[in-house]
Design a binder for this molecule. Structure first.
Ligand code: ATP
Ligand code: MG
Length: 152
């Protein structure tokens, strides 16, 4: 069983330095008392990848909203106001090794596998993932996960 707020706070604490360097405001929105049963070995990399992307593809002085709520399971939305993704690229971002604008992103060190893992793990947890993005405006990933009864 995961307590969501401390889980997020601890994860975010690990990115304090880059958040400071880019002067990002990271806002956690959600009730204090949300608990959730899931498989941590799948849940953790999902959230970690999405938060890392939000930080990575944010522009300096940007804002990141992490919203969570109990809603027939768990609903999490991770919204950034960063570089955004064009509608044509949006169809491909969950493919393995797909990266938008390879020349630009080569020196940022990613391999383009993060979102493929995210989608695979979300599905293994019986959940869904949706993305909405607009180039130059920002991106929101929304995941919906069922409670897995009897998981510790
Ligand atoms: P890594 O394997 O290290 O995560 P990556 O971040 O490049 O590398 P993915 O996380 O799979 O790979 O993302 C695929 C591509 O989708 C990225 O290269 C980037 O172009 C785009 N992308 C992902 N998240 C965002 C975001 N929040 N804002 C803008 N573009 C994004
Ligand atoms: Mg990534």
């Amino acid at each position: 069983e995961i307590q969501l707020r401390p889980f997020f706070n601890q994860l975010i604490a690990g990115y304090r330095r880059i958040i400071q360097e880019k002067n990002l405001s990271l806002i956690l929105e959600g009730p204090n008392d949300v608990v959730f049963q899931t498989k941590m070995e799948l849940f953790y990399p999902v959230i970690k990848n999405l938060i890392e992307n939000a930080i990575h593809y944010s522009i300096p002085n940007g804002k990141i909203l992490i919203h969570y709520t109990n809603q027939n399971g768990l609903l999490i939305a991770i919204q950034d106001f960063g570089i955004g993704i064009s509608q044509s690229d949006l169809e491909r971002i969950f493919e393995r090794f797909y990266r938008v604008d390879k020349a630009r992103t080569r020196n940022t060190g990613g391999s383009g596998i993060g979102l493929a893992i995210v989608k695979d793990y979300v599905e293994r947890l019986g959940g869904t993932i949706q993305v909405e993005s607009h180039l130059g405006i920002g991106t929101t990933f929304t995941i919906h996960l069922p409670n897995l009864e009897g998981t510790h």
